[in-house]
Design a protein around this ligand. Structure first.
Ligand SMILES: C[S@@+](CC[C@H](N)C(=O)[O-])C[C@H]1O[C@@H](n2cnc3c(N)ncnc32)[C@H](O)[C@@H]1O
Length: 231
């Protein structure tokens, strides 16, 4: 069901990615400060947002996603040093320590077992290499977090759970990942467009509008950025 949604909305997802690409590229460059010689991996790459932002600043980058329609759109946008393939973020097929820099953008809240994704990202990153994790962060209040998850699942049944900051830090610690840098961005989302992006129509749209945590017009989300180093 989750894959159907991304397959169905792939063109819309890619169009929004194109519109945001220059801003994302600058944010990623300024946050990661790549040296230029890194071999990189983007897990849950969608139409390639993070991989394409990194590509001009690194040696090469591989993007993997489980939705072929998105991989196809990523390939259409790829420079020579970026390649894309189907794959499962929870079971990466790469050798241990294959990459200098790995990352995942807006994907952890779509997987049932985000701890497996973090463990896999750590495994395929070389010691001394870095992992970039960017995702919407859950409110610290568990009841507020439940309300946001209910809204997000009504909008998109492929939504699993937003992780709060404390869970993310515990996952970093469990994988012996050392925090190098972090930042927060607050995103303002116009609700109608946000529901359209997930092709949320009919009864599901009515339910999502009822559950919208900040009313029926606009919602806001906090995006957490974390750059961690593998020991
Ligand atoms: C919200 S999209 C983000 C895509 C892209 N990173 C971006 O920022 O535009 C979440 C992505 O995670 C992918 N995804 C979810 N679970 C996955 C898994 N187990 N393995 C690989 N990709 C997965 C979906 O197909 C989708 O492309």
């Amino acid at each position: 069901m989750a894959d159907d949604r991304f397959a169905r909305t792939a063109a819309r997802v890619a169009a929004r990615q194109d519109a945001r690409a220059p801003e994302l590229a600058e944010r990623v460059r300024a946050f990661v400060l790549p040296r230029g010689d890194e071999h990189c991996l983007d897990v849950g790459c969608g139409a390639g947002a993070l991989a394409l932002a990194l590509a001009p600043h690194v040696a090469d980058v591989v993007g993997i996603d489980r939705v072929p329609e998105l991989i196809e759109l990523a390939r259409e946008r790829a420079p020579a040093n970026a390649t894309f393939a189907e794959g499962d973020a929870e079971r990466l097929t790469f050798e241990d320590a294959s990459f200098d820099l790995t990352g995942t953008l807006r994907t952890l809240h779509h997987v049932p077992r985000p701890e497996l994704v973090l463990a896999e990202l750590t495994r395929v990153t070389r010691p001394g290499g870095r992992v970039l994790v960017v995702d919407q962060v859950a409110p610290a209040d568990p009841l507020e977090a439940l309300a946001v998850d209910r809204f997000e699942r009504a909008r998109d049944p492929g939504h699993t759970r937003l992780l709060p900051d404390s869970d993310l830090r515990q996952l970093f610690e469990a994988n012996e990942l050392v925090l190098l840098r972090e930042r927060r961005d607050v995103e303002r989302r116009e609700l109608a467009g946000y529901l359209d992006l997930a092709d949320c129509q009919g009864d599901a749209r009515g339910r999502a509008l009822e559950l919208a945590p900040h009313g029926p017009e606009v919602t806001t989300a906090v995006l957490g950025w974390f750059l961690v180093e593998r020991r």
